[in-house]
Write a protein of this length. Sequence first.
Length: 448
Amino acid sequence: MVATTVRLLKGAVLILALLQAGMLQATAQQMQSAAVPAQGPSVLETRVGIHPDKTRFVVEMTEAAAYRVVLRTLPDRVEVTFPRLQATIPASHRRGSGMVTSVVSQRIGSTGVLFRVTLNRPAAVREAFVIPPRDGRMTRFVLDLVPTSLAMFRSKANQVVAAWPGQSALATAADPAVGDRPVVVAVPTPAPRPAVRPGRVLARPMFPLPRRRPTPPTQRLIVLDPGHGGVDPGAISVNGVYEKHVVLAMARQLRDALLATGRYRVRLTRTRDVFLRLRERVAIAREAEADLFVSLHADSIGSDDVRGVSVYTLSDRASDREAEMLAAKENRADVLGGLDLSAETDIVASILIDLAQRDTMNQSRRFASLAVREFGRVVTLLPRPQRAAGFAVLTAPDVPSVLIELGYLSSPQEANLLTTPGHRQKLAGALVRSIDTYFQWLIASRPT
């Protein structure tokens, strides 16, 4: 009786969550038809985020606007000027985080706004770019700051270090703090991505959506993750070959094969022998908004006659634990791409996370089955080659992810094969075919 009641309660909560998701989509459709404010682009929100290797400042706006980034001293700060961006709020102060002490906004004339990002240590601008509206989210200006030396920071003071591409006139925009006209460094704007990616839940729009939707891209982003690295060699073969070197060579060969098709963009979590924490690898894929994450490994076991390829996805038990951890986070604004859960109750948040995560896991399993099929045509497979486990690198809730064991370095035969470019090319070819088929399936499975 108790078990039945619990199941009924779970079903009711799930129905409520599904209804809410439908209401979010309906709200998005209603707001999309609303008129965009006539005064042009305007600020919706600013926020500061901490990442493993940088601090990120984000300005969310109704549509893209030209910008200019200048470094200042006394106090050390970064000033971001938008000459034609309406500030719907008066000058404000926000508590900072990471390398940022505070953010203060100030209106510039009648059409612009200036953000003063005060720093607690010298910083350099790694990137400044605009993300077009997608996944139910509005246009975002993104500024990535990384640590630098005081001498380097001061050498760049009072210079424009980033600006909207082609907008050289920004160097003379109204800003009394700028004297001589500096050189403008153009920063390319990333190519648009699809308005809504499969496997992600729509956010609740708070403002009218832009008139024009971004053009879908022709290239998917694949993130390849060569396991281990640096102080972590991974498995060691019988003849002294390290796993970290084998999988990096495989990742490079696979990257070249994918790029040669012209259908994909590829990013490696590491391109040299460096150590990365498991969560850093996941963060790289999520931050890049990857369409697929493939982690490459080569295992070792006590027996030298065990060999073969296997493909892992995240196990249900590990998925449940991860969903609980994500739902328990204090700041749930970026738990899922395109979905801000900060205003939701724990129950609703956990259910929505679970829904998105289950969809991602289904996509991961689909790709794993395709990869196993293609591998089986060219190389030896491990018995039960499609498996599930609690690997930390597979826990991204919104990026389909697999971990591939390319073989066993404890097997002399397989260790020799994995150091041979010809064998790695067979593996790369199988993976390219798997990836092609996966995205064909993904497009065909989209609702029309």
